[in-house]
Design a protein around this ligand. Structure first.
Ligand code: MRU
Length: 346
């Protein structure tokens, strides 16, 4: 299966990205050559979505590690550590960013005895491996998720948990791509996802490309549709999942979870295991990113509010595990109670 879109492409000493801030109006690729540019692209949402952020940040670290041409190993390892600390400040919530960097740090440490060009090479190979794993994980998430989809279902999704958010087919959207491949007939309702409109701009763009029946709704329309019995299931992605199943995802996911529970509609989280932060016991420990108020005060850089007013813009919220029916992962579908039994290490 061909990738729907080349969100990230590693070209040996540079990373090519599709600039997601311009979609759907313009499909423009940018070449990135330094860790600072990767940082800016992540912070600026040119690259976004938890798995894509994780892999891009690892490539950023590879770019930084490769700038060192000397032979002093202490110096080289301190460059790695400094750049990991720097990269971690790009965005705080998506666990994949921390996972990707930790994985590269581990391979570097495990190969300390090798010479520096070899370690640089190993770090690059590990990142390419993560890239390929993400493609496979997306396919497996799609296949497991497909088992939940019945003909004529109407499924609601929020934000963009698609190919644009991963190196493969996405997480929540991979379920739809897989169901379509299996010949199922269904409809997707897409929340526009204020304030940055990932649903309106990105998910519709992807689903249209893939020929999947979909309808865009305002975020505030979801409860009305549920009340009219027009939604059978909700599937969304995740930025960080704690060991008790509490899940951070795009702001508005918690609203959906509350109204889904009220209407007895199952809500599933589709995510790879690299989004699970088993070190956190519960959702109140997840750092929630607060983004510039201009994202709320403006739409597409056009001011829609009076001057000199305040706005509050948390980018994510936390859905308690008790409102989640299950987690669709590359290893199968787990209820929140079964998460602690998942074995995952790198
Ligand atoms: O701010 P964003 O666009 O990076 O937020 C993305 C989301 O919340 C996604 O649902 C999540 O990262 C999962 S992507 C497979």
């Amino acid at each position: 299966m061909d990738r729907i879109v080349k969100t990230l492409t590693w070209k040996k000493d540079e990373l090519e990205i599709l600039d997601q801030t311009l979609l759907p109006l313009e499909e423009k690729y940018i070449t990135i050559k330094t860790i600072e540019e990767v940082w800016e692209a992540i912070r600026g949402l040119n690259i976004r979505g938890a798995p894509a952020i994780g892999i891009a940040s690892a490539f950023g670290l590879v770019l930084a590690a490769k700038t060192y041409k000397g032979k002093n190993k202490d110096k080289f390892f301190s460059i790695i550590d400094d750049n990991i600390s720097y990269m971690k400040t790009a965005r705080p919530t998506a666990y994949n960013l921390f996972y990707g960097l930790a994985r590269l740090k581990k391979v570097a440490d495990d190969n300390y005895s090798k010479n520096i060009p070899e370690i640089q090479n190993i770090m690059e190979k590990e990142t390419v491996k993560m890239f390929d794993e993400d493609i496979k994980n997306c396919i497996n998430i799609g296949e497991y998720g497909n088992t939940l989809i019945k003909d004529n279902m109407r499924i609601l999704s929020h934000c963009n948990a698609g190919a644009l958010a991963t190196t493969g087919f996405g997480t929540a959207l991979s379920v739809f791509y897989s169901a379509k491949d299996h010949g199922k007939k269904f409809e997707v309702f897409v929340d526009e996802t204020r304030p940055v409109l990932q649903g309106a701009r990105l998910t519709t763009w992807e689903l249209k490309k893939a020929g999947i029946l979909h309808t865009l709704i305002c975020d505030s329309t979801a409860a009305f549709l549920m009340q009219k019995e027009k939604i059978d299931m909700v599937i969304v992605g995740a930025d960080r999942i704690c060991s008790n199943g509490d899940t951070a995802n795009k702001i508005g996911t918690y609203n959906l979870a509350v109204i889904s529970a009220y209407h007895k509609i199952p809500l599933y989280i589709a995510a790879p295991l690299s989004t699970f932060d088993f070190s956190l016991k519960s959702g109140d420990q997840i750092p929630i990113e607060e983004r510039p108020k201009e994202e709320v005060l403006e739409i597409g850089c056009i001011r829609i509010t009076p001057q000199d007013i305040e706005a509050y813009n948390p980018a994510f919220d936390v859905t308690p595990a008790k409102l989640i029916k299950g987690f669709i992962t590359e290893k199968g579908i787990f209820s929140p109670k079964k998460i602690s039994g998942i074995k995952y290490e790198f």
